[in-house]
Design a protein around this ligand. Structure first.
Ligand code: HEC
Ligand code: HEC
Ligand code: HEC
Ligand code: HEC
Ligand code: HEC
Ligand code: HEC
Ligand code: HEC
Ligand code: HEC
Length: 467
């Protein structure tokens, strides 16, 4: 939020004087700004129809000028031009999602009477702004900053662009059950929230605010925000973070879609979000190493496996890692994680609706359109063959280790504290490596050769143990 001196001045003076300062700042003279005019091709635009609660994005720019400036470069701002270009701007079936408040009292009607409401404007997401603008000091009238996906889902839905519908079916849509229970009880946000809670991510990570552990106390799981649209997308700005956006598009991603960290094996690097891409902001190690006895690596080690690294106990650094680092062949995939997990396809007809990729489930279509594999069928064969190989290796290792009560972590029915202390280093290393592969969840796909080296290392450690 820009809190510059200019705006502070605005609030202390009558609004007209504020506008005067603003126009003067833009090199204009007089006491009135020229009328808002989004469409330079036409001189029949007007705003006589702005009689209700909607006032148009131009008005917001008086005080929120930097948000307005970046928003005006997004495709949202020109969504009505998109319809005009194909002669659909008078089609009532289309206008609703390409303008502000269409069909509502005081909402968009046409360029001639409500030009300020053309396109997807501030009030499309924030609701009508008149009351707020007339009394900016009244906090109760301020438009909500709502990161819920339902805000975007009002438009990004249906067979042409089912991003919301698909997202709703994904694990990102709800805070993980056990974690949500802790939040409701007033505990854990500062240890689990940065990856499991959109609410926490927004306040603590994006806005660097201090958040108390009880900030979601009493809130029901269905009222919490998981990994919502606004966690991954910047609602106000193009960012240049997409790897291969279609021409004229940007996707407004908050973090780069591609990152190629140099593999390292320190806890501090393995847990450092700044090294990783958008998905890796959360899908990275929580720092557990082979010496931990209560539990294995968290379910989130995908980015580390992709980079071919694993954290080592600080005392072992810089000694050799358990397995040599090895960057994944799949890190060359043109959109990295999104290549496989966000495969998209345009709408063809109602029987072949668009695929938005927002279930985040793997679709081997992406293995082919990326140019990496000849076609989806062959990619599926390669995938199932590799996964079968790694599953076989994992089963063989578990077999050689024997009953989990003799070697497992204490949280999963393994030996008690004394028994843990008695386990050999080799057994601890084997179970860590074994669980590292399980936690990654791809059964080898994220980094085939690295995972194979891990399997080999397990086998040779088992040999050393005489198992
Ligand atoms: C005359 C100045 C002015 C105008 C015009 C204005 N705002 Fe604000 N807005 C404020 C002030 C002051 C605040 C509170 C201080 C802050 O957050 O910086 C605020 C806060 C907000 C917030 C944050 C609310 C919160 O809970 O923190 C949003 C969202 C917002 N405005 C949206 C809009 C929208 C949308 C428009 C246009 C429809 C608009 N504003 C027009 C002055 C203005
Ligand atoms: C009022 C309807 C509406 C709402 C609400 C809405 N969008 Fe959109 N969005 C659109 C339309 C229409 C387009 C396409 C504009 C065009 O290409 O002309 C679009 C385009 C986009 C794009 C593509 C931008 C690009 O450069 O490729 C992204 C990303 C996006 N919206 C994200 C969001 C997010 C995130 C939210 C919620 C915070 C949201 N939208 C809310 C209607 C909406
Ligand atoms: C339910 C809301 C909604 C309705 C109704 C709607 N659109 Fe859209 N439209 C969108 C959204 C959201 C996008 C952005 C799609 C994306 O980027 O994934 C979009 C994008 C577009 C685009 C840009 C190209 C593309 O497909 O991404 C065109 C063209 C378009 N719409 C035309 C139309 C036409 C023509 C109609 C009426 C027949 C229509 N829209 C009705 C929400 C809607
Ligand atoms: C596509 C939906 C969407 C549009 C369009 C949109 N906003 Fe927002 N806005 C959000 C969301 C979601 C948040 C909360 C997340 C964030 O801050 O990024 C937000 C946050 C804000 C905030 C608080 C930011 C802060 O850091 O305090 C302000 C102020 C604001 N918007 C003003 C505007 C103005 C002015 C416009 C039009 C120029 C606008 N927004 C357009 C969705 C939108
Ligand atoms: C802000 C944190 C965060 C970001 C960013 C994030 N994820 Fe996730 N992801 C999670 C959490 C938390 C879960 C576990 C949800 C559950 O199962 O309860 C998850 C689950 C998943 C799953 C498991 C399948 C499912 O539906 O549960 C996949 C696949 C996935 N994410 C892929 C991705 C991809 C690809 C990206 C980047 C485009 C990404 N994630 C970005 C936090 C995040
Ligand atoms: C560094 C980010 C991060 C932190 C911090 C984090 N998690 Fe996770 N967690 C994830 C991701 C990402 C997944 C999803 C991985 C997948 O689906 O394969 C996940 C998955 C889970 C799952 C399994 C979900 C399922 O349904 O399969 C549980 C349970 C869980 N986390 C609990 C916690 C708890 C409790 C905390 C805090 C003590 C925590 N996590 C902290 C990133 C994190
Ligand atoms: C976990 C991160 C993540 C979440 C959550 C997420 N997106 Fe996306 N989104 C992406 C990525 C990554 C891309 C770029 C995909 C690509 O490169 O093909 C994308 C692309 C898009 C696009 C442009 C491509 C298209 O589909 O036309 C739109 C629009 C969009 N997202 C809307 C949404 C909406 C709406 C939501 C919430 C319902 C949402 N996203 C939630 C990561 C996310
Ligand atoms: C080459 C394709 C590919 C790339 C690139 C890729 N993945 Fe995967 N991922 C897979 C496959 C295949 C699976 C196993 C899915 C299955 O068997 O259903 C998987 C599994 C996962 C899972 C576990 C899903 C679950 O249900 O628990 C998560 C989380 C995940 N990937 C996240 C990521 C992240 C984050 C990245 C980027 C660092 C990434 N993936 C890169 C193909 C890929």
């Amino acid at each position: 939020m820009q809190a510059n001196a200019n705006r502070a001045r605005l609030f202390r003076r009558p609004l007209l004087a504020g506008i005067f300062i603003l126009c003067a700042g833009l090199g204009m003279s007089g006491t009135e700004c020229p009328p808002a005019d989004n469409n330079n091709n036409s001189n029949t635009n007007g705003d006589t129809g702005l009689t209700g609660k909607y006032i148009g994005s131009e008005r917001c720019s008086q005080c929120h000028s930097s948000v307005h400036a970046t928003w005006s470069n997004t495709l949202h701002a020109t969504a009505l031009e998109t319809l005009e270009a194909i002669g659909q701007d008078k089609n009532a079936d289309c206008i609703g999602c390409h303008t502000v408040g269409f069909g509502e009292a005081g909402g968009f009607v046409d360029r001639a009477t409500t030009n300020a409401l053309a396109g997807v404007g501030c009030e499309s997401c924030h609701g009508p702004g008149k009351d707020h603008v007339e009394n900016v000091q009244d906090e109760s009238l301020r438009p909500p900053k709502n990161i819920a996906s339902s805000v975007c889902g009002a438009c990004h839905t249906g067979s042409h662009h089912p991003n919301f519908d698909d997202w709703e079916t994904s694990g990102h849509a709800m805070v993980t059950e056990h974690v949500a229970d802790a939040f409701t009880a007033g505990t854990q946000p500062n240890s689990c929230g940065r990856c499991h809670s959109g609410d926490f991510f927004y306040l603590a990570i994006l806005n660097t605010e201090t958040v108390e552990d009880n900030f979601l106390e009493g809130v029901a799981r269905e009222d919490m925000n998981g990994i919502t649209c606004a966690v991954c997308h910047n609602p106000h700005a193009q960012t240049g973070n997409a790897a291969t956006p279609e021409e004229g598009r940007d996707y407004q991603l908050r973090f780069p879609q591609i990152a190629n960290p140099t593999p390292t094996n320190t806890i501090s690097a393995a847990t450092d979000s700044a090294r990783f891409n958008l998905c890796g902001q959360c899908h990275h190690s929580r720092g557990r190493t082979w010496t931990d006895t209560s539990r294995g690596p968290h379910h989130s080690v995908q980015s580390n496996v992709y980079a071919g690294e694993m954290p080592m106990p600080e005392t072992d650094v810089p000694t050799d890692p358990l397995v040599p680092s090895r960057i994944s062949v799949h890190s060359l995939a043109p959109e990295q994680c999104s290549t496989c997990h966000l495969y998209r396809q345009d709408f063809m007809d109602e029987r072949a609706p668009a695929i938005s990729g927002h279930t985040f489930a793997v679709n081997t279509g992406g293995c082919a359109t990326s140019g990496c594999h000849p076609n989806a069928g062959q990619a599926t064969v390669a995938l199932t063959t590799l996964q079968a190989e790694i599953e076989g290796d994992l089963a063989a290792i578990a077999m050689r280790l024997g009953d989990i009560s003799t070697w497992g972590y204490s949280s999963e029915g393994g030996p008690d504290a004394m028994g843990q202390a008695a386990l050999s280093d080799n057994i601890k290393k084997i179970r860590f490596l074994y669980n590292y592969v399980l936690s990654d969840g791809s059964l080898g796909v994220h980094n085939p050769d690295y995972i194979r080296s891990i399997m080999d290392e397990c086998e040779s450690l088992l040999d050393d143990e005489g198992l």
